[in-house]
Design a protein around this ligand. Sequence first.
Ligand code: HEM
Ligand code: HEM
Ligand SMILES: [Fe+2]
Length: 494
Amino acid sequence: MTRVGVLDSSNLTGGQRLAVKYFTVALVLFGAQILFGLLAGLQYLKPDFLYGVLDFNVNRMVHINAMVVWMLYGFLGSVYWLMEDEAQHPVVGLKLGEIAFWVLTLAVTVVVLVYLFVQYGPGDIKTIWFINEGREYIEAPRWADIGIVVVVLVFYFNVLATFIKGRFTGIGGVIVLDLFALAGLYLAGMFFTPNISIDQYWWWWVIHLWVEATWEVLVGAIMAWGLMKTLGVSRRIVQTWLYIEVALMFGSGILGLGHHYFWIGTPDYWFEIGGFFSALEPIPLVAMVVHSLYDAGKHHMKSSNHPALAWLIAHAFGNFLGAGVWGFMHTLPQINLYTHGTQWTPSHGHLAFFGAYATINIAFFYLAAQQWRGNVYMGAGIAGAWRWKWALTLLSVGVLGMTMALLIAGYEQSFIERAINGSTWAGYFEAQNHPWFQQAMWWRQIFGWVTAAGYLLLVWDLLAIGAGETRTATRVGHESEEAEAGAEAAPATA
Ligand code: HEM
Ligand code: HEM
Ligand SMILES: [Fe+2]
């Protein structure tokens, strides 16, 4: 029996229940990311703060690793969430999936505790195995790396088997192929080479080919499903767009990898290859914005889940701005010569990761919250709607504010340190001591607090939204045409 408005796991299918577990850990780690970001930011302003206890490098490591891990949890959750509906078949190997979830979560907990309490070890192979591997963003020690691979294999088996036993849709096919590439690339970050250029060469295969190729394709597929569900867009339309986006994304993103090979000791031809292909990378992102706005417009923004749709739209714009525009700004080698290693990079990193990946995960948290309360009504005029609107506003304004502050600092560094002082040591310090740089670091912190406030409101809202609501979700698009008369449809929303 569905109980509308009540948080009850009997409202969920097996796959959805597992997805909710992933989403819960994702949300907790998102909180950790913000907490450690605030600590690292504070250390820019007060270098003595927690010095010797929790140094900047540790806070920074926890900050960005928590980010990567929470987003992966979000993706795993989202795929489990949509898989049964898409394949029209219950998750194959659900029990195995449950075990994998607990193993992964235990491993993540141990890794974070080691990061916080052991922090670092001597530069030898034991440290790589047990403390951290020293590769930015994917610093997990080797034992955890291997554990992650096993867990991902289980997940991959579940996805593949479910689609094979059920039906293979276009979205399902893209997900299956993409996850194969995504998991395979992780292997490139798992071996050690003493030559730092070679090490970086492979490390970028994970970092760049994840965020600018395989993750983008995955969110493309997730987005396609999300648009069908929240707006009722027809499958034919979303899948056609999806294929175009995937082709463009791989066409530009794979060789776009070259924009990380400008200054690490790789051959000169990477200037041309990296500059050319990465400059094309914004094109698929434009296609994604056009796609989502076209769908939303065609359905008059009539959606079954207002907060989820709002976050999906935020994703389309955030991806375009953070990755496309902010990425393009410094991707040509002639410009990157001046911006590389300045705050320009974190400016882009913050907006891109938030805009492209935090947003779409949050959209799925809302889809889960809706179903968990018995497919409750989440259209116009719900009680406490101010909460989700303000959470969206504060998070977006907070991240945009940080982005702008860092961009100003980056401009100042490129100008004073690089252009005027020719990358000298003295130029570095002149740039660091310039008021524009120092004030920007304060503004980053202030907007960081705004972001944190948005996060707290988001958590509150996810726990509270739909409580006590008795209407069920609005039926949308072609689904509503299929709905039989007499179904409990809530009033249409505009
Ligand atoms: C959602 C997609 C993207 C994400 C999450 C992302 C994130 C990041 C992050 C975190 C870095 C810093 C890496 C480091 O630690 O050194 C970075 C570097 C960079 N990104 Fe992106 N990025 C995305 C898409 C793009 C696109 C589409 C472009 C180009 C059009 C681009 C251009 C660059 C460049 C040129 C750098 C190197 C900056 C430097 O080291 O000088 N990015 N990106
Ligand atoms: C809540 C407030 C936040 C604060 C105060 C903050 C602060 C910081 C600081 C101080 C760093 C280190 C920068 C450096 O090495 O110079 C950093 C790095 C980073 N943060 Fe945040 N952060 C916050 C939220 C976020 C969010 C929400 C995201 C994305 C969803 C994010 C993504 C990143 C990334 C990708 C990097 C690495 C950038 C690079 O190396 O270029 N942060 N952050
Ligand atoms: Fe890249």
